[in-house]
Design a protein around this ligand. Structure first.
Ligand SMILES: [Fe+2]
Ligand SMILES: [Fe+2]
Length: 135
Protein backbone atom coordinates (compact mmCIF):
# COMPACT_ATOMS: atom_id res chain seq x y z
CA UNK A 1 0.00 0.00 0.00
CA UNK A 2 1.21 3.46 -0.85
CA UNK A 3 2.63 5.43 2.06
CA UNK A 4 1.67 8.71 0.45
CA UNK A 5 -0.96 9.52 -2.14
CA UNK A 6 -1.36 12.52 -4.40
CA UNK A 7 -4.36 14.68 -3.57
CA UNK A 8 -5.75 17.63 -5.50
CA UNK A 9 -4.95 19.85 -2.52
CA UNK A 10 -1.25 19.37 -3.35
CA UNK A 11 -1.63 21.20 -6.64
CA UNK A 12 0.37 24.42 -6.90
CA UNK A 13 -1.37 25.12 -10.21
CA UNK A 14 1.88 24.80 -12.19
CA UNK A 15 1.80 21.70 -14.41
CA UNK A 16 5.52 20.92 -14.41
CA UNK A 17 5.79 21.26 -10.63
CA UNK A 18 2.72 19.12 -9.96
CA UNK A 19 4.19 16.40 -12.19
CA UNK A 20 7.48 16.55 -10.29
CA UNK A 21 5.71 16.36 -6.93
CA UNK A 22 3.86 13.27 -8.20
CA UNK A 23 7.21 11.72 -9.14
CA UNK A 24 8.60 12.48 -5.68
CA UNK A 25 5.55 10.81 -4.10
CA UNK A 26 6.10 7.78 -6.38
CA UNK A 27 9.74 7.54 -5.32
CA UNK A 28 8.89 7.78 -1.61
CA UNK A 29 6.39 4.95 -2.16
CA UNK A 30 9.01 2.96 -4.05
CA UNK A 31 11.44 3.33 -1.14
CA UNK A 32 8.69 2.34 1.30
CA UNK A 33 7.93 -0.77 -0.78
CA UNK A 34 11.63 -1.67 -0.86
CA UNK A 35 11.75 -1.29 2.93
CA UNK A 36 8.66 -3.51 3.38
CA UNK A 37 10.20 -6.09 1.03
CA UNK A 38 13.27 -6.05 3.33
CA UNK A 39 15.56 -5.21 0.44
CA UNK A 40 19.25 -5.06 1.20
CA UNK A 41 21.36 -1.98 1.84
CA UNK A 42 22.55 -1.55 -1.75
CA UNK A 43 19.03 -1.83 -3.17
CA UNK A 44 17.67 0.67 -0.62
CA UNK A 45 20.56 3.04 -1.28
CA UNK A 46 19.92 2.86 -4.98
CA UNK A 47 16.27 3.95 -4.53
CA UNK A 48 17.29 6.60 -1.98
CA UNK A 49 19.92 7.93 -4.39
CA UNK A 50 17.34 8.16 -7.17
CA UNK A 51 15.04 10.08 -4.80
CA UNK A 52 17.86 12.41 -3.73
CA UNK A 53 18.85 13.11 -7.34
CA UNK A 54 15.29 13.81 -8.37
CA UNK A 55 14.89 16.07 -5.34
CA UNK A 56 17.93 18.08 -6.46
CA UNK A 57 16.49 18.43 -9.98
CA UNK A 58 13.12 19.47 -8.60
CA UNK A 59 14.55 22.00 -6.15
CA UNK A 60 16.62 23.55 -8.97
CA UNK A 61 13.52 23.92 -11.16
CA UNK A 62 11.56 25.61 -8.36
CA UNK A 63 14.47 27.86 -7.46
CA UNK A 64 14.92 28.97 -11.05
CA UNK A 65 11.21 29.79 -11.34
CA UNK A 66 11.27 31.71 -8.06
CA UNK A 67 14.48 33.67 -8.65
CA UNK A 68 13.70 34.26 -12.33
CA UNK A 69 10.36 35.81 -11.45
CA UNK A 70 11.56 37.85 -8.49
CA UNK A 71 9.70 35.87 -5.82
CA UNK A 72 10.19 37.81 -2.56
CA UNK A 73 10.54 34.67 -0.38
CA UNK A 74 13.06 32.98 -2.67
CA UNK A 75 15.97 33.06 -0.21
CA UNK A 76 13.95 31.53 2.64
CA UNK A 77 12.56 28.83 0.38
CA UNK A 78 16.00 27.97 -0.96
CA UNK A 79 17.28 27.68 2.61
CA UNK A 80 14.56 25.09 3.39
CA UNK A 81 15.63 23.14 0.27
CA UNK A 82 19.29 23.33 1.31
CA UNK A 83 18.53 21.99 4.79
CA UNK A 84 16.57 19.05 3.37
CA UNK A 85 19.33 18.30 0.86
CA UNK A 86 21.86 18.20 3.71
CA UNK A 87 19.62 15.89 5.77
CA UNK A 88 19.13 13.45 2.90
CA UNK A 89 22.89 13.46 2.18
CA UNK A 90 23.58 12.68 5.84
CA UNK A 91 20.98 9.91 5.75
CA UNK A 92 22.59 8.40 2.64
CA UNK A 93 26.02 8.51 4.29
CA UNK A 94 24.64 6.85 7.45
CA UNK A 95 22.90 4.11 5.46
CA UNK A 96 26.07 3.57 3.43
CA UNK A 97 28.13 3.30 6.63
CA UNK A 98 25.65 0.87 8.17
CA UNK A 99 24.86 3.31 11.02
CA UNK A 100 21.20 3.37 10.13
CA UNK A 101 18.73 1.77 7.78
CA UNK A 102 15.51 2.78 6.06
CA UNK A 103 12.98 2.39 8.88
CA UNK A 104 9.37 3.43 9.19
CA UNK A 105 10.61 6.48 11.16
CA UNK A 106 12.78 7.50 8.21
CA UNK A 107 9.88 6.91 5.82
CA UNK A 108 7.52 8.97 7.98
CA UNK A 109 10.10 11.74 8.13
CA UNK A 110 10.34 11.84 4.31
CA UNK A 111 6.57 11.61 3.88
CA UNK A 112 5.80 14.31 6.46
CA UNK A 113 8.52 16.58 5.12
CA UNK A 114 7.17 16.43 1.57
CA UNK A 115 3.56 16.86 2.69
CA UNK A 116 4.40 19.84 4.88
CA UNK A 117 6.71 21.38 2.29
CA UNK A 118 4.17 21.21 -0.54
CA UNK A 119 1.24 22.32 1.61
CA UNK A 120 3.13 25.13 3.32
CA UNK A 121 6.28 26.38 1.61
CA UNK A 122 5.53 25.44 -2.03
CA UNK A 123 1.90 26.52 -2.06
CA UNK A 124 3.03 29.98 -0.93
CA UNK A 125 4.62 30.71 -4.35
CA UNK A 126 1.62 29.46 -6.29
CA UNK A 127 -0.43 32.67 -6.59
CA UNK A 128 2.70 34.78 -7.11
CA UNK A 129 4.07 32.62 -9.95
CA UNK A 130 0.59 32.25 -11.50
CA UNK A 131 0.34 36.05 -11.51
CA UNK A 132 3.62 36.09 -13.52
CA UNK A 133 2.08 33.77 -16.09
CA UNK A 134 3.72 30.55 -14.79
CA UNK A 135 1.21 27.72 -14.98
FE1 LIG B 1 8.37 21.30 -4.42
FE1 LIG C 1 10.05 23.77 -2.53
Amino acid sequence: MALLNWKNDYSVNIREIDEQHKQLINMINELHDAMLAKKGKEALLSVLTKLANYCATHFAVEEKLMSGNGYPEYADHKEVHNKMTAKVKALMADVQAGKTTISIEVMNFLKNWLDKHIMGTDKKYSAFLNSKGVQ
